[in-house]
Design a protein around this ligand. Structure first.
Ligand SMILES: Cc1cc2nc3c(=O)[nH]c(=O)nc-3n(C[C@H](O)[C@H](O)[C@H](O)COP(=O)(O)O)c2cc1C
Length: 220
């Protein structure tokens, strides 16, 4: 089958993006409004950008009425009316249900910390708190928001943040800062309402060295 995005409704384009681009990591993003009200929401259009400076991105789409989701309203740069700050926390098995629960579209100012019962812990360099149970947290200052269709329903927004502080559970890492995936127990998002764990893993060296290993799967 061949498809042109122009012939598809935005909902169907969305279905293809989330069904094909899998598995996706989940940013559990904490923000605070200018008047001090906390907010927490998951975003799986999320990834690292680069390590010098340490940067990451996540993508809160516009709401169906074209408005900004609370997270974007809070974390957009100060000159655009936001706080210019956010904290990305982990999505892990221990509170996987709360991650999904926090996607409830509460009215602006009502906190998903209260809804989920997840405790906050204070951050060091930004005002937004972090999820106390999160095994890692990246405190970020917003560098830029790229809007792909401002004001349009489901239009995309890329929030690019500079990591200004890192919290790590000591039990998660070794002395060389290697993160133990077995202890992390991250969960990721698939299409629809599907999720994956990260319990089934394999190792493969990069480039030509990969030829020296067995194929990890029988059926290719
Ligand atoms: C696991 C998961 C991943 C999600 N990823 C995204 C995403 O990448 N972009 C997005 O706009 N909404 C995403 N959502 C939906 C938002 O979490 C939801 O719209 C939420 O209400 C936004 O909260 P806010 O208005 O407090 O920012 C996701 C929901 C879940 C459960």
């Amino acid at each position: 089958m061949d498809l042109s995005p122009d012939d598809l409704a935005p909902r169907d384009r969305y279905k293809l993006l989330i069904g094909c681009i899998v598995p996706r990591p989940i940013a559990f993003v904490s923000t605070i409004s200018l008047d001090g009200r906390t907010n927490l929401a998951p975003f799986s259009f999320f990834n690292g950008v680069g390590s010098d400076p340490m940067t990451l991105l996540f993508c809160p789409a516009n709401r169906v009425d074209g408005g900004e989701k609370d997270t974007l309203r809070n974390c957009k740069p100060r000159m655009e009316g936001g706080t210019g700050e956010f904290v990305v926390c982990a999505a892990v098995e221990g509170y996987a249900r709360e991650v999904a629960l926090a996607a409830e579209p509460l009215p602006f100012g009502e906190s998903e910390f209260e809804l989920t019962g997840l405790d906050t812990a204070s951050s060091r360099r930004v005002r937004a708190p972090r999820v106390a149970r999160s095994p890692w947290a990246f405190e970020c200052q917003t560098l830029q928001v790229v809007r792909t269709n401002p004001g349009a329903p489901l239009g995309g927004n890329v929030v690019i943040g500079r990591v200004v502080h890192v919290h790590l559970d000591d039990a998660l890492i070794d002395e060389r800062l290697h993160v133990d995936p077995e202890r992390l127990r991250a969960v990721g998002r698939m299409g629809g309402i599907g999720y994956v764990t990260t319990r089934d893993r394999y190792e493969m060296p990069l480039g030509l060295a990969a030829l020296e290993r067995e194929r990890p799967f029988e059926r290719e």
